[in-house]
Design a protein around this ligand. Structure first.
Ligand SMILES: Cc1ncc(COP(=O)(O)O)c(C=O)c1O
Length: 376
């Protein structure tokens, strides 16, 4: 019996995605998790309390986001005016929202422009809808993208331009002017602000001017609740209505909604966390800059990308040696936008974790120096 012939168009254009580093991390709880740009601090007492407050209601279905105006109002208040509950829909993490934007707008033959390197999931889903990803290449090897680098690739087939801002994995920002000029092309523009709290340069205010601008946010990064799976989308009410038409109902659990209500109220706690992460980012950055063989990319997010070509050690070797020493990082070897094996990314954790990873990087460099001397 041939099952594959009976599958949908989407199945024939997809592969199972296996995020191996997350498996390694859950399998080895003692590892320091610096691979996924999560917050490594445990959730606050208030979050634990919020979860406990709904445990006796878990026999009930959650309210759908389309009718739960309270939670959308809470998000609007957190983001700021002129956002209102009508500008918001919610996803089971912003990953679901990336797919939902594609599902809402992409048709066979459409093209989606994506800077390269970028967050890998932007590339995974367009083929499921018959659309093609066109890579936008950086101007130089600094991974900065000019307005022109996008504009020159726009054709009649271009439906959507997608970019994370700050960019994951590089940490760079698109300028406000670039995003405005892209919006003026009247193509749909999806800006993923997963890490925006670390740079404080949100572009959500442009939504009132540009009805084609869609912004994604998440509770997974600065708010430290990746396990809850809660992302939100900001756009004009017409776009939100279309997204809600094809969104799965009840895609946000009773626990996720209760936690989000509490988390978004704790502005002081969030600000305190962001401050700590930025301090630890500055520390990691300056320690890495002191290693002359490294190319360190200035980051506006909670991670730092490092080029290691000049060390004579590959990114995969750094990954493996750090893993043996108890630190799990992310390497980019022969991945889209990184044809070599010479870039790795470290997420920002606690001050002790940053000191520890720096100590181990020095020990790896030292080991290599000793090995080179003994082979002379
Ligand atoms: C740019 C970007 N967008 C979205 C996500 C996924 O976020 P969420 O946990 O909200 O699904 C990530 C996760 O690493 C990311 O880097």
């Amino acid at each position: 019996m041939n099952i594959i012939d009976r599958t949908s168009y989407a199945v024939k254009h997809a592969e199972v995605y296996l995020p191996k580093e997350f498996h390694t991390a859950w399998d080895n709880p003692k590892l320091v998790r610096l691979m996924g740009n999560e917050l490594t601090f445990s959730p606050s007492q208030e979050i634990r309390q919020a979860i406990l407050s709904v445990t006796d209601k878990l026999n009930y279905y959650p309210e759908d986001i389309a009718t739960n105006e309270k939670i959308r109002e809470k998000i609007a208040e957190y983001v700021g005016k002129p956002m209102t509950s009508a500008n918001i829909t919610i996803g089971n993490g912003s990953i679901e929202l990336i797919d939902l934007v594609y599902k809402t707008f992409l048709c066979p033959g459409d093209e989606v422009l994506v800077p390269t390197p970028e967050y890998s999931l932007y590339f995974k889903y367009p083929p499921l809808y018959g659309a093609k990803v066109i890579d936008v290449l950086p101007d130089k090897d600094d991974f900065n993208y000019s307005t022109e680098s996008f504009l020159k690739l726009i054709t009649d087939k271009t439906k959507l331009i997608v970019a994370s801002n700050p960019n994951n994995p590089v940490g760079t920002l698109l300028s406000r002017d670039t995003v405005q000029r892209l919006c003026e092309t009247e193509k749909l523009i999806l800006i993923d602000e997963a890490y925006i709290e670390f740079s404080n340069t949100s572009l959500y205010d442009l939504i009132s001017t540009y009805p084609n601008l869609i912004i994604l946010r998440t509770l997974s990064k600065a708010i430290g609740l990746a396990g809850i799976r809660f992302g939100y989308c900001l756009a004009n009410p017409e776009i939100i209505e279309y997204m809600n038409r094809v969104r799965l109902i009840m895609n946000s659990s009773v626990i996720a909604q209760a936690v989000a209500m509490v988390a978004l109220n704790h502005r002081d706690y969030i600000q305190e966390t962001i401050k700590k992460i930025i301090e630890n980012r500055n520390y990691l950055n300056s320690e890495l800059q002191n290693i002359p063989e490294f190319k360190v990319y200035p980051s506006h997010a909670n991670y730092v990308l490092i080029g290691c070509a000049k060390t004579g050690i590959t990114a995969t070797e750094f990954f493996e040696k750090l893993l043996q020493r108890g630190y799990l990082i992310r390497r980019f070897a022969k991945s889209r936008g990184f044809p070599g094996d010479e870039h790795f990314r470290i997420s920002i954790g606690t001050s002790d974790e940053m000191k520890g990873v720096i100590r181990e990087i020095h020990s790896i460099l030292q080991e290599k120096a000793v090995a080179s001397i003994s082979t002379v």
